[in-house]
Design a protein around this ligand. Structure first.
Ligand SMILES: Cc1cc2nc3c(=O)[nH]c(=O)nc-3n(C[C@H](O)[C@H](O)[C@H](O)COP(=O)(O)O)c2cc1C
Length: 462
C-alpha cells in the first residue's frame, strides 16, 4: 500500500512537470480547450512566486514524503500496520476537544468510510475460540451503543475486534433524549450517557445489514474452509462476528411485540441476537428483568425466532443483557429463567445508575444516566462472578464494563466470561487500544500457563 501511495505521488509529480514544461496554462487545463486550437495566454506576472524559504520548505517536505514512502515500502506488513495503529493516537487529543456526541459521530463516519486502519496481523493463536458454533479469532468485542445503526460494521470489524454488536435498534425510528446526553469524566476514564435509544429503526438497519449480508456469508464460507487448526485456534479473522442488540420504543406499551418485530426483521443478518432490557434510560425497561416478566418475554421472543425458516446453521443464539444494579434475588431469578428456558448467553453488564466513590467528587457525576468505564469495572465483575456461580458455568457469559486493558479482560475471563466487550475505553483510546488489549491478554494467559481461553474461564470462581 505504501508503495502504491509513493508511486501515485511520483506519477502526480511527473504529470505536473509535464504540464509545466508543455506550458499548458491553468485556463486551458481547466476548460479542456486544446492548446493547438487556442494559443495559451502568457502566464500572468501577478502569479506569486515562491520565496527561497518557501521552495526550501516545500523541497524538504517533498523529500520527507518521498523518502518516508520509499522507506515504508521496504517494511513488512506487520510493522506498517503497527505504525498505522500507533498513528491513530495522534488524533485522540483532537477528538477530546470536541463535544462527545460530535466526536462519536465523526468516529462512526470515519469507520463507515474505511478511514481507519485495517488489522492485517493474525490474532495470537491462544485467543481463538468457538462459541455457539461460531468461530471468534479473539474474544474482544465492541459493545452495543457505538454503532447503533449498523453504519460501520466492516470498518469496526476491520480494526481487529473479534465481534461487533450493533444497536440497540428500536422497531420505529426515534430521536432519543434531548442533547446533551453524553458526558465525559476523563479523569475517571468514564462516561455518563442518557441517550435513550436514539435509533434509525429496524427497517433502516435491515437495509444496511442486508446490503452487506451476501459478502459476509461468502467470507464466512471461505474462512471456514481454512484448516481445522486455524478454525479453532485464532489465526486470521474471517468477516468477524456480528451481534444485533434489540431495544424497544419509548412509547410502546407492549415490549414483547417490539422485540419480536426486531427478531422478525433483523435476526437473519445476526450471528447472535441480544434482548437489551437493562438500559437505565428507557422508563420501565429494567422491570423486564423480573422473574415472571423475563420468563414471558424470553418465551415469546424464542418462539418468534424459532418459527422462522432457518438453514443448516439454525437460528442465531439469543442473549439477554442485564444491568449491574441487581440484588442477589434478581440475579437468582435471572439465572433460574435463563437455565429453564435455555437462554444461549448473558451479557453482564450494561451501565450503572450508581455513582461509586471514585466518581462522586466529579460534578459531572450528578448528570442523570448510566455510568460506564473504569468505575463500573468492580461492580460488573462481581455480578459476573455471581452469575457464573449461579449458572454453574453452563451458560456462556459476555463480560462487559470498565475494560481498558488486557489485564482487565483477563480478570473478566477469570470471573466467568467466555467473551468480553468494551465501549468507553475504546472511545477514549481509539483503535490503538485493540491490538494492545489482545497482546496483553495473550501475555496474561501464557504467563499463568493457560493454553486457551477456555481453561481460564471462571478460574477465580473455582
Ligand atoms: C454512549 C453510550 C451508549 C450506549 N448505548 C447502548 C445501547 O444502545 N444498548 C446497549 O445495550 N448498551 C449501550 N451502552 C452500554 C455499553 O454497551 C456497555 O454495556 C457499557 O458502556 C459498559 O461497558 P464499558 O464500561 O466498556 O463502556 C452504551 C454505552 C455508552 C457509553
Amino acid at each position: 500500500m505504501a508503495t502504491r501511495i509513493a508511486l501515485k505521488f511520483l506519477r502526480d509529480c511527473s504529470v505536473y512537470r509535464k504540464i509545466k514544461s508543455n506550458n499548458i496554462s491553468r485556463h486551458s487545463f481547466c476548460t479542456g480547450a486544446s492548446t493547438a486550437a487556442t494559443p495559451p495566454p502568457p502566464i500572468s506576472k501577478k502569479v506569486p512566486q515562491f520565496s527561497k524559504t518557501g521552495r526550501l520548505f516545500t523541497g524538504a517536505v517533498l523529500s520527507l514524503l518521498i523518502g518516508g514512502g520509499a522507506y515504508a515500502s521496504t517494511v513488512d506488513e506487520a510493522t506498517f500496520c503497527d505504525w498505522l495503529f500507533s498513528a491513530t493516537k495522534l488524533v485522540n487529543p483532537f477528538f477530546a476537544f470536541l463535544d462527545p456526541e460530535i466526536a462519536h459521530r465523526l468516529a462512526v463516519s470515519a469507520a463507515a468510510r474505511g478511514w481507519v486502519p485495517i488489522e492485517k496481523r493474525p490474532d495470537p493463536q491462544i485467543l481463538g475460540l468457538q462459541v455457539w458454533g461460531r468461530r471468534f479469532s479473539n474474544p474482544i468485542g465492541l459493545s452495543a451503543g457505538f454503532d447503533k445503526n449498523a453504519e460501520a460494521v466492516e470498518g469496526l470489524l476491520g480494526l481487529g475486534f473479534g465481534f461487533v454488536e450493533v444497536g440497540s435498534v428500536t422497531p420505529v425510528p426515534q430521536e432519543g433524549n434531548p442533547k446533551p446526553r453524553i458526558f465525559r469524566l476523563p479523569k475517571e476514564g468514564a462516561i455518563i450517557n442518557r441517550c435513550g435509544f436514539n435509533s434509525e429503526g429496524i427497517v433502516a438497519v435491515a437495509k444496511r445489514l442486508g446490503a452487506q449480508h451476501g459478502k459476509r456469508k461468502m467470507e464466512t464460507s471461505s474462512s471456514s474452509s481454512s484448516t481445522e487448526d486455524e478454525n479453532v485456534h485464532g489465526g486470521k479473522a474471517g468477516p468477524g462476528i456480528l451481534g444485533v442488540n434489540l431495544g424497544k420504543n419509548k412509547t410502546s406499551e407492549d415490549a414483547a411485540a417490539d422485540y419480536v418485530q426486531g427478531v422478525h426483521t433483523l435476526s437473519q443478518y445476526a450471528d447472535y441476537l441480544v434482548i437489551n432490557i437493562s438500559s437505565p434510560n428507557t422508563p420501565g425497561l429494567r422491570q423486564l428483568q423480573g422473574r415472571k416478566q423475563l420468563k414471558d418475554l424470553v418465551k415469546k421472543i424464542q418462539a418468534a425466532r424459532d418459527e422462522m425458516q432457518w438453514g443448516e446453521e439454525g437460528p442465531p443464539p439469543l442473549l439477554v443483557k442485564i444491568a449491574p444494579d441487581l440484588s442477589k434475588q434478581d440475579l437468582e431469578d435471572i439465572a433460574a429463567v435463563a437455565q429453564a428456558l435455555r437462554v444461549d448467553g448473558l451479557i453482564i453488564s450494561n451501565t450503572t445508575i450508581q455513582r461509586p466513590d471514585s466518581v462522586s467528587k466529579d460534578p459531572t457525576a450528578e448528570e442523570t444516566g448510566g455510568l460506564s468505564g473504569k468505575p463500573l469495572f468492580d461492580l460488573s465483575t462481581n455480578i459476573l462472578k455471581d452469575m457464573y456461580n449461579l449458572t454453574k458455568g453452563r451458560i456462556p457469559l459476555i463480560g462487559c464494563g470498565g475494560i481498558s486493558s488486557g489485564e482487565d479482560a483477563y480478570k473478566k475471563i477469570r470471573a466467568g466470561a467466555t467473551l468480553v466487550q468494551l465501549y468507553t475505553a475504546f472511545a477514549y483510546g481509539g483503535p490503538a487500544l485493540i491490538p494492545q488489549i489482545k497482546a496483553e491478554l495473550a501475555e496474561c494467559l501464557e504467563r499463568d500457563g493457560y493454553k486457551s481461553i477456555y481453561e481460564a474461564v471462571g478460574a477465580d470462581c473455582r
